[in-house]
Design a protein around this ligand. Structure first.
Ligand code: SF4
Length: 283
């Protein structure tokens, strides 16, 4: 990895780091105006992943997400996105980058897309496209640009195949329904590097019935997607609980029986509020 090109915008080294027992680290970076943003390093055997933020806060308002509760406080610039990578001590070890930190990446396209171009530029960062993944709640214009101009994997926060139910969890569903998003993905020519991941939080007694498994199979027809099943994490003011382990296994098996590839993901960094949906720049 080569150094960044010169720029007059600099993210200072992290102000603090919290380390979880599993080795996950959460870095806090200061931004102008007493704002801050968090970046999470996740080691796993040979894989060293950095979870990058694109905004301080987020205006998507997903009900299960602490970042959404902050509302949007600031858009990061391209250098501020890239310097999360260069400013962590693990910079030279990183093998994978995921845009799953604070913010909705496609709600900050002016900074995100130049950053992605830089990350895959062989003369600067030189990451292979398949090692970078962008996660979205479902911002259609950003998805269209990404599918057209970039070859990296795409992650969709799915959480329910049903319009009404998903809208209660994710307000963005009212603007860009998940059926429209999936139709767009289905109809866009795919590069060989492109993989589609669907993140699916399991909420107890809510979104894991046989009806959900069947509707997911219908929604994802013709898309070679992988479904990552995850447990929701505790955040203030929200009472989402995961189902018990047996129920999670049964739902995974139901999805697999429908021909879908579903796996159960282990939570990382819960002890330091670094797991999915927990980032909220707490000291
Ligand atoms: S889950 Fe992602 S898109 Fe939704 S509020 Fe949180 S940061 Fe924003």
């Amino acid at each position: 990895m080569s150094p960044l090109p010169p720029t007059n915008r600099h993210l200072q080294p992290p102000e603090s780091v919290h380390t979880a027992p599993d080795g996950t680290k959460k870095y806090l970076f200061a931004l102008p105006g007493e704002l801050a943003v968090e970046t999470v390093y996740i080691p796993e055997k040979e894989r060293h992943t950095l979870c990058i933020s694109t905004q301080a806060g987020c205006r998507m308002g997903c009900r299960f997400c602490a970042t959404g509760q902050m509302r949007l406080q600031a858009q990061l610039t391209t250098p501020e996105i890239l310097q999360q990578i260069t400013q962590v001590p693990e910079a030279q070890q990183l093998t994978h980058l995921v845009f799953m930190g604070m913010g909705e990446p496609f709600d900050n396209p002016a900074a995100l897309f130049p950053a992605l171009a830089e990350l895959t530029n062989p003369r600067t960062f030189g990451f292979a496209p398949r090692r970078i993944s962008v996660s979205t709640a479902g911002v259609l214009p950003g998805i269209q640009t990404y599918l057209r101009d970039f070859a990296s994997p795409l992650s969709i926060s799915l959480h329910s195949p049903f319009h009404e139910e998903r809208a209660t969890l994710m307000p963005i569903e009212k603007k860009w329904p998940i059926a429209t998003i999936m139709e767009t993905i289905r109809n866009t020519p795919r590069s060989k590097h492109r993989r589609i991941f669907c993140e699916y939080l399991l909420f107890r007694n809510r979104n894991h019935t046989p009806r959900h498994a069947e509707a997911l199979a219908h929604l994802l027809q013709g898309i070679p997607a992988r479904i990552n099943l995850m447990r929701p994490h505790p955040i203030p003011g929200a009472d989402f609980e995961p189902p018990d382990d047996q129920t999670i296994l049964a739902f995974r098996d139901a999805l697999n029986a429908h021909g879908l590839i579903a796996t159960i993901r282990r939570s990382r960094g819960i002890e330091i509020d670094a797991a999915c949906g927990m980032l909220a720049t707490k000291p």
